[in-house]
Design a protein around this ligand. Structure first.
Ligand code: SF4
Length: 515
């Protein structure tokens, strides 16, 4: 595991890269290593780590996510990017898994691309966000079925990315409506450009910084801000032009090596930099280049130039900004999942539930106990995914709810029931809340106010949240969790129900135990 120059210079979104091409990028752990002068960790094992029940592991491998068990051929390509954003350029495509153990291969391996640093050809893995480096004229197309599935058509994302597009299923009464395309907003952040796309991805890989913050927040901010004249009195040392590879390379070099006032400022992360510059102008100024992809006539919709949502992160599947193509029930769910956390929860809680539940929720989401239960199920599964380390896209399997418990048992040999694992997940969430309350004064006011501004920005249908409705849904969520509605602090019964009497006692001493 190693950090790059970004980590060495304590850049807030510095990442840690592992030797099997995985990267821990969110939340700047590369800077934590840099602050300890820790450049790399390497280990050589002589022992063997083996699963307790190999036959069970093989059986899981053949069944989890009903895998697309076909070879992924290497193919010559001459374009890269999503529809409306795709750029001309030659490369060779392969499909790879995140880790050798996985039975799918969702990641696109881009081979034989040019390098900024050497004359050699290089390979890099493209997944999700990095495809927008190649072009960001529109947001991502989507369908309701990506979050709300039927038994006949579940885990669509894995299969689609591994090479198996959804086939119309006559037995699925909802197939048409759940796979109907939701057209993306037009954003015009930058035009398709293959070389620049490779450059952005390679620089983030080599500098060791979070591609997300660069591709989804920094460069769109510079693009929108420049178009709105916000930077007219600012001299970055080079004319702002996100269409230019030279400007992008210059800007990242400034930030990674903390060069000049603005390089050093932006190395502190987008949220801090924008507040230092002045949030009203450099964050909340409205960009006038957003057009709805779903409303007739594609009317203009407001969008602040900073895609900031809560806790210092940028929008991610929350109905505005990036990956906005989800309907209100889904963005209310992802908003509450973000509200009770302190990081971007869509790294481990892409909202998944049944299409039948969606039909129950969609007409009155603010009063929907089904939506509250759906959120809590996804949060608990999120805790499991972080603990049992199963894949964000394979879990939860809505028709195989004991899957994670079976994985745990097969790997460790320790008996684990679905109920027990779910209880552990609730306990993990509670301990996390205890730390947020004790160390950061977390309460209802703080977390509702953190997420509220984001959902006041129109979604692709022009919808925004209703204050009373949202707070009613939040009330129902806290009640179902056994937390006090006024403070969002768990009751003593809740702590004790999950074996956390010691935490309840400490909360009482701190005056953080509701009556
Ligand atoms: S995203 Fe999940 S299912 Fe896909 S390759 Fe990675 S680990 Fe496997």
């Amino acid at each position: 595991m190693v950090i790059g120059p970004a980590g060495e210079h304590l850049v807030r979104n510095a990442s840690i890269t592992t030797s099997n091409d995985n990267v821990m990028a969110k939340s700047g752990f590369g800077a934590v290593w840099g602050s300890k002068n820790l450049k790399a960790i390497t280990c050589h094992g002589t022992g063997v780590v083996i699963a307790a029940d190999i036959d069970k592991v093989f059986q899981l491998r053949m069944t989890m996510g009903s895998p697309y068990m076909r070879p992924s051929p290497v193919r010559e390509q001459d374009r890269q990017g999503l529809p409306g954003n795709d750029a001309k350029g030659h490369w060779v495509r392969g499909n790879v898994a995140c880790s050798h153990g996985c039975n799918q291969h969702c990641n696109c391996l881009m081979m034989d691309t040019d390098s900024y640093f050497t004359d050699d050809k290089i390979n890099h893995v493209e997944k999700c966000v990095s495809i927008f480096a190649y072009g960001f004229a529109t947001d991502v197309p989507n369908s309701i079925g990506a979050n709300w599935m039927t038994h006949q058509n579940h885990v669509l994302p894995c299969k689609m990315l591994s090479g198996e597009p959804p086939v119309p299923d006559p037995t699925d009464p909802y197939f048409e409506e759940m796979t109907a395309p939701i057209m993306p907003d037009r954003l015009d952040f930058w035009k398709p450009d293959f070389e620049k796309g490779n450059l952005i991805n390679e620089l983030c890989n080599e500098y060791g910084m979070d591609k997300w913050d660069v591709t989804i927040w920094l460069l769109p901010w510079l693009s929108m801000g420049q178009k709105e004249g916000v930077f007219d009195d600012i001299d970055f040392g080079m004319e702002i032009d996100v269409e230019s590879s030279d400007f992008v390379a210059y800007m990242l070099d400034q930030i990674v090596y903390r060069k000049g006032y603005y390089g050093n400022l932006l190395a502190e992360g987008m949220a801090r930099a924008i507040r230092t510059l002045g949030k009203e102008k450099f964050g909340d100024t409205i960009y006038h280049g957003r057009r709805s992809g779903v409303l007739p006539g594609n009317p203009s919709l407001d969008l602040p130039i900073s895609l900031e949502t809560a806790w210092g992160h940028s929008f991610h599947w929350q109905g505005r900004g990036y990956e906005a193509t989800i309907t209100k029930p889904t963005w209310l769910a992802s908003t509450i999942e973000l509200m009770t956390s302190s990081r971007d929860m869509q790294t481990v809680e892409h909202h998944h539930d049944t299409y039948e539940n969606y039909l129950k929720i969609k007409d009155d989401p603010y009063n929907s106990q089904t939506l509250v239960d759906s959120i809590i199920m996804n949060e608990n599964k999120g805790e499991m995914k972080d603990s049992v380390t199963c894949c964000e896209w394979q879990s939860p399997d809505l028709w195989w709810t004991s899957m994670e418990a079976e994985m745990y048992e097969a790997a460790t040999g320790y008996p684990m029931s679905e109920e027990e694992l779910n209880e552990s997940a609730v306990r993990s969430k509670l301990l996390y809340r205890a730390i947020l309350i004790r160390n950061f004064g977390r309460d209802r006011k703080m977390e509702v106010e953190a997420v509220w501004p984001g959902i006041c920005i129109p979604d692709p249908w022009g919808e925004t949240a209703d204050w009373d409705g949202f707070n009613h849904l939040v009330d129902m969520y806290y009640e179902t969790r056994g937390w006090d509605k006024k403070t969002a602090w768990p009751y003593r019964d809740t702590w004790e129900k999950y074996g956390l009497k010691d935490v309840a006692d400490e909360m009482e001493k701190l005056g953080k135990l509701p009556g």
